[in-house]
Design a protein around this ligand. Structure first.
Ligand code: API
Length: 259
């Protein structure tokens, strides 16, 4: 049977999005999700997102990594589903939706989608890396000469290390440009490769730079291979709230796929 899908991307992090308000999608079909995300045998994407009805919020977001497994929060995916909800006429310039890590507010303005992320605390600072959870788990470490790093090799070594056991982690490599701007490249758990950007990842990097005292700014620009994102936040005694991920979220195309 043929079904409509929508392709969106947020700074190169790309997603298949399906309007599942009529509950047409088999959410347990890991093989189907993996095939739809496959860049040769399917549509191709870093992840698949379902938009579903919610009894009080504007809608519900369900997120799957390209490996077919449901996962934790996706920041760029969250921005893309808000743009999709506006396209469908479900929301106008503001949205409130439920995701795996709770309720999120979003604002669409100046051609950008601003997504409020959940509060961040319990940051773990080690000698040469920081671990924090911004809706998904993130490892953050500095890397000189970032553009020449073999992200897939270096990232997978950390992601599969004993440090992170079976849950794994997303791995972010950072190079400081100045105290307002940081270059970031990310190895994503569940994609098991570098993605062109990672929303919860750049959020983790911005907060980590502030937490370790690298910067005192609370509005930071993150330059990724897929484009530029901004993160803003308030901090109080090492806990971060009013955290916003800001950037573009673009419709790419609408198509039909059989399953
Ligand atoms: N791969 C991540 C989820 C997607 C995160 C990323 N696409 C984002 O924009 O936050 C994980 O399994 O933890």
């Amino acid at each position: 049977m043929m079904h409509t899908f929508y392709k969106y991307q947020g700074t190169g992090n790309d997603f298949v999005i399906i309007d599942n308000r009529q509950d047409i999608f088999d959410k347990n079909n890991t093989k189907l999700i993996k095939r739809l995300c496959d860049r040769r045998f399917g549509i191709g994407a870093d992840g698949l997102i379902l938009l579903e009805n919610h009894n009080s919020a504007d809608f519900k977001m369900v997120y799957y990594n390209a490996d077919g497994n449901e996962s934790t929060m996706c920041g760029n995916g969250g921005r893309c589903i808000v743009a999709f909800a506006k396209y469908l006429g479900i929301v106008k310039a503001e949205a409130t939706f439920e995701a795996v890590d709770g309720l999120h507010k979003a604002i669409i303005e100046d051609g950008l989608v601003k997504l409020q992320m959940h509060n961040v605390q319990g940051i773990q600072m080690n000698d040469d890396f920081v671990f924090l959870d911004t809706g998904s788990p993130h490892h953050v470490q500095f890397q000189e000469n970032l553009k020449h790093l073999d992200i897939k090799t270096e990232g997978s070594t950390i992601r599969f290390s004993n440090l992170y056991k079976k849950e794994g982690v997303n791995v972010n490599f950072v190079e400081a440009i100045d105290t307002d701007n940081y270059s970031v490249r990310t190895y994503e758990r569940g994609v098991e490769d570098e993605t062109l950007s990672c929303g919860t990842g750049v959020t983790a990097v911005a907060i980590a730079m502030h937490y370790i005292g690298e910067t005192e700014k609370n509005l930071i620009t993150l330059l990724t291979p897929g484009g530029s994102l901004k993160v803003s936040f308030d901090e109080n005694k090492g806990a971060y709230n009013n955290v916003w991920l800001i950037g573009p979220a673009e419709f790419v195309y609408k198509g039909e796929v059989s399953w």
